[in-house]
Design a protein around this ligand. Structure first.
Ligand code: GAR
Length: 192
């Protein structure tokens, strides 16, 4: 059984989809939600879903406390779902090709430090883009620069606001993130 930890900082709608998808999955289970914001909606979602929630702060992320917790729990795959901090290089190396992120735009555009959530959608609309989407990628030592696993596109419509675009993007994320994580797990089973 592949043991998944989700890292999240916010509302947790993607975390919810992942917990639901893998709840009775034959090959994988979400065994932990780790969160750096005690007030975040994802904390309640983990509680409601019966998944243990580990709260940590930025110092514990940087000094290796979180990494030790994940290794101690024999986590195989770390899935970021609205997690906003940089993953330390040491942790990237401790989970080689085993940390996945979702970003609400078509990387390499509209990524990097400070580009998350609504800020991304505001920038996409301000630039007059007619297309946006999501990127699911491996995590390396730099924000949003790891190898891409999958991208999915949607239109940016005339009159779109950051809220309306965010809703469309969330729809894409919810439809695809669990299946892409599942695909990654199948590759892991094949030793990749
Ligand atoms: C998602 O849209 C995710 O792509 C984005 O945060 C949102 C979290 O929503 N992540 C980033 O912007 C990372 N740079 P959720 O808490 O409802 O899953």
């Amino acid at each position: 059984m592949v043991r998944i930890a989700i890292l999240a900082s916010g509302n947790g709608s993607n975390a919810q989809r992942l917990m639901d998808h893998f709840r009775s999955h034959p090959k994988a289970r979400v065994v932990l939600v780790a969160c750096d914001k005690p007030q975040a909606g994802v904390v309640d979602r983990a509680w409601d879903g019966g998944v243990p929630c580990y709260l940590f702060n930025n110092a514990q992320l940087r000094d290796g406390t979180l990494q030790r917790e994940l290794l101690g729990l024999r986590i195989d795959l770390v899935v970021l779902a609205g997690f906003l901090r940089l993953i330390p290089a040491e942790m990237v190396h401790a989970f080689p090709s085993r940390i996945i992120n979702i970003h609400p735009a078509l990387l390499p555009r509209y990524g990097g430090k400070g580009m998350y959530g609504h800020r991304v959608h505001e920038a996409v609309i301000a630039a007059g883009e007619t297309e946006s989407g999501i990127t699911i990628h491996h995590v390396n030592e730099r924000f949003d620069e790891g190898d891409h696993i999958a991208q999915f596109k949607c239109p940016v419509l005339p009159g779109d606001t950051p809220d309306s675009l965010a809703a469309r993007i969330h729809g894409l994320e919810h439809a695809h993130y669990p299946e892409v994580v599942e695909g990654r797990i199948a590759l892991m089973a094949a030793g990749l």
